[in-house]
Design a protein around this ligand. Sequence first.
Ligand SMILES: Nc1nc2c(ncn2[C@@H]2O[C@H](COP(=O)(O)OP(=O)(O)OP(=O)(O)O)[C@@H](O)[C@H]2O)c(=O)[nH]1
Length: 604
Amino acid sequence: MSKVRIYTLAKELGVDNHKMLELLDGLGVAYKSVSSTIEEETVELIKQLLAEEAGADTTGATAEPAVADTTPATETAAAPAEPAATPARQPETEPAAEPVNEVPHRAPVVTIMGHVDHGKTSLLDYIRKTKVAAKEAGGITQHVGAFEAKTSKGKIVFIDTPGHEAFTTIRARGANVADIAIIVIAADDSLMPQTREAIAHAQAAKVPMIVAINKVDLPQADPEKVKTDLTQLNLVPEEYGGDVVVVPVSAKTGEGVEDLLEYISLTAELEDLRADPKGQFSGVIIEGRVDKQAGVLATVMVQEGTLHVGDFLVVGESYGKIKAMTDSNGGRIKEAGPSTPVQILGFSEVPSSGEKVQSAKNEHAAREVIAQRADQRRDEEDARDRRRAQRSLEDLLGPLGEVRTVNLILRADTQGSVEAIQGILARKESDDVKINVMLSGIGAPTEGDVLLASTAEATILCFSVTPAGGVKKIADTKGIEIKSFRIIYELIDEVDRLIKGNLEPVFEERYLGRAEVRMVIRHPKSGNIAGSYVTDGMFRRNAKAKVTRGKQVVYEGTVVGLKRFKDDVREVQTGYECGINLDWNDVMEGDIIEATEMVEVEQA
Ligand SMILES: Nc1nc2c(ncn2[C@@H]2O[C@H](COP(=O)(O)OP(=O)(O)OP(=O)(O)O)[C@@H](O)[C@H]2O)c(=O)[nH]1
């Protein structure tokens, strides 16, 4: 026997991958993932350890010391103490681990990305055809944006819209739906521009990747070339000593698809994906549309908690009540737990993909959340405008002591220009500043570039190419800068400016004002409101609040609302009476409320 893959050995010995990795850690053996290979001697050691453990279990001694002996000063070192206290039989080891694992595992959510025609749709179709249970009733499988595949290792949820646009649109709204990205590369075509883009998107999202080399059934397929080409992007396949999992597949014949599914499950196991079905519900919109008969339909991916028919949901600044729910097979369901895509009937407006979904106790609570969000949005818009005005004062900004990263997307007319610019940029890097060219390509920037830039806070620099009107417009609405140059050194000057200006904003807490609570008003909707008099400075909605009673600070929170008579106001100045609504209900007459706010400070 020679080298063995970790997961193969785990399977053979009937232990889970986590346990196997723990043992390897204990032995100080280096590995990159469960698909890394280990030496024969290590295999023997592992077998010995497991045998000792098994023996220890039956004799009543603890298994831990065997591992702890080889593990210098880690948490496991504490383990022997416990068994010493309970020297009798040992059901302890199992339950002791349980509190950490209270939250159950959930199924992985997978997205498939890659270049045009490399077989994303075919691969999804093959998996759907072979791994989705035939529908019990009706027979109409609607497109809902995701489907659940049943494999021998459990459920895997696939996002049904291939391509990185869908992935990044969701991410651009701050949500992450996919746990794992499959990058499909056709074996007869190797790396293509959109393959590179897809990889950049997955890397930006820090989502683990699995490469599926597709179309291996074709006579001209050259999987080895794909692997070598991948190394040029610093993605080194495992066989070459790296940690990138590469699986040859054919969406046509089905070859390798089982392996791919197995790798997905292995990766998911390592990611240790968990969600609490009993927790507070949260989810993300996968897609929304209007059906001529049914009305607004939206597919929601449940991420935490459980959805029930009748629940109130809030999306952005609108809400709905779930009238009916169907699973991705079209079957009516009453509830749905984590990692379940469900189609929901009950929204009044079509939500957009990537929007986050929350639940509310009742209609009243839903409306309140929406009102707060509208306020917050307005305040954020104001703050953003203020910040923009400050940012143009570039001269005020200088370099800082810590390592900073300037994220760039580079577009140029020829490969020669791209390489020339990258060469110069590499020389600009210093101990303080890292220049990260997330993506470089030939031709005008695309909508995908803008989305990537918006999620990664990157600047798009173009040399001898300009963005199309549509792309420019999207960039403007997202606040992404696309800068075009015809002279390389002007582009480099811009990078210098970005290097200087790439400072993290620093916030400082500033005193705003003080108010005395003169009476507590019970409000049916907002709870207890502090009828107060502003004795110093001013109060602003969303300010931070500190409540003092006598000499004691009794609460620290936020001013969630301000009222003058019946009207909601944003600010109240010294000498005025007002109603202060805190995110706290126990305010009392005589309390002193002090307001502060976080302001961005200019850095020297
Ligand atoms: N021989 C062979 N052909 C394949 C395989 N996978 C896909 N194809 C063919 O390749 C072509 C493109 O496949 P699609 O699945 O449409 O590719 P895609 O990546 O989804 O393409 P876009 O949706 O246009 O981005 C089709 O003609 C497929 O039949 C495969 O494994 N083997």
